[in-house]
Ligand binder design. Structure first.
Ligand code: G3H
Ligand code: 13P
Ligand code: ZN
Length: 332
């Protein structure tokens, strides 16, 4: 058993309390590689932002859970070395799909876990979330739950259609499950193809897709029913079109990739939304930089040469999200 406290990590309780009161959101960035971890820490330290580093089942399969845990411990030490004496870094399990995986992460140094029972019948979702909460709270670990289904891939759970969270369920769900935060479905979805062209309109000037707006009416109704309760948005990458264009210019093929407009995330951050999940934008920033670098330097083959601009580009993107979208800068 390794407690996250021994690793210098924090749970999300205080972060969320301050974020809800202060009208901003905490960035939750997924990580799988050392370069992502370094870029996240550099961005958080330079902007004086709390940050959630999250690990999916896919990340554990790719990088190994133990290595990722040590990377998170390394992230805390690295932040101190960069001049931040008290970094606020949470290590979070993203889309945990069983009590067992949540327990394993809690036992191995995670400070926060998500149990994603959104695909389960309502009562079953409550029952397993409650079991996770009981175990997690005994170790001072915080728990995120989910109600409503996002379209797209949620780790191995995939759904072609979303259904929005039902506001009439959130009070009962949060009370009975005891969860600390609730992920909701209001029109975001995972990946770089969040909407089909048929769901969008097209900007006549650029030819780019314009996605349908998020369901702010549902968010506001949820806020009314559970005032001040921390709300989480998954699937919140914006799919920056300059990165998509760079990828396509240098041999990639991402036609009609589209994300959530940043103005809408900015608006959501000012409400009870206090955690915003971003993964795909990091993948795009990394891939765009690597494709460009290799196209322009065909004779280079040392990974450090192309991973360096990739890391720089991710850092720039993380800083932009923190400062210009979520507003968590200066909140340490
Ligand atoms: O929720 C999905 C995250 O972007 C994680 O994706 O399962 O491919 O690591 P992944
Ligand atoms: P994106 O695919 O929009 O980055 O969403 C990531 C996410 O929600 C991770 O849980
Ligand atoms: Zn997600």
């Amino acid at each position: 058993m390794t407690s996250y406290k021994e690793l210098g990590l924090v749970n999300t309780r205080e972060m969320f309390k301050k974020a809800v009161a202060g009208g901003y959101a905490i960035p939750a960035f997924n990580f799988n590689t050392m370069e992502q971890m370094q870029a996240i820490v550099q961005a958080a330290v330079e902007t004086k932002s709390p940050v959630i580093m999250q690990v999916s089942k896919g990340a554990r399969a790719y990088a190994n859970g133990t290595i990722l845990r040590y990377m998170a411990q390394g992230a805390v030490e690295y932040a101190k070395e960069l001049g931040c004496p008290n970094p606020q870094i949470a290590l979070h399990l993203d889309h945990g799909d069983s009590f067992e995986i949540c327990k394993e992460c809690i036992d191995n140094g995670f400070s926060s876990v998500m149990f994603d029972g959104s695909a389960l019948p309502y009562e079953e979702n409550i029952a397993i979330t409650k079991k996770v909460v009981e175990y997690a709270h005994a170790h001072d670990v915080t728990v995120e739950a989910e109600l409503g289904v996002l379209a797209g891939v949620e780790d191995e759970v995939s759904s072609a259609v979303s259904h929005y969270t039902r506001p009439e369920e959130v009070e009962d769900f949060s009370k009975r499950s005891g969860c600390d935060s609730l992920a909701i479905s209001i029109g975001t979805s995972h990946g770089a193809y969040k909407f089909t062209p048929e769901q969008c309109t097209r900007d006549p000037k650029t030819g780019k897709l314009v996605p349908p707006p998020l369901a702010f009416d549902i968010l506001h109704e949820i806020e009314k029913r559970i005032p001040g309760f921390p709300i989480v948005l998954h699937g919140s990458s914006s799919v920056p079109q300059d990165e998509v264009d760079t990828i396509n210019q240098f041999g990639g093929k991402l036609p009609d990739a589209v994300g959530i407009p940043e103005e809408q995330l900015r608006e959501a951050s000012k409400s009870a939304v206090c955690k915003i999940n971003i993964d795909s934008d990091s993948r795009l920033a990394m891939t765009a930089a690597i494709r460009k670098y290799l196209a322009e330097n065909p004779g280079h083959f040392d990974p450090r040469q192309y991973l360096k601009p990739a890391r720089e580009n991710m850092k720039k993107m993380y800083i932009h999200k923190i400062v210009d979208v979520l507003g968590s800068n200066g909140k340490l």
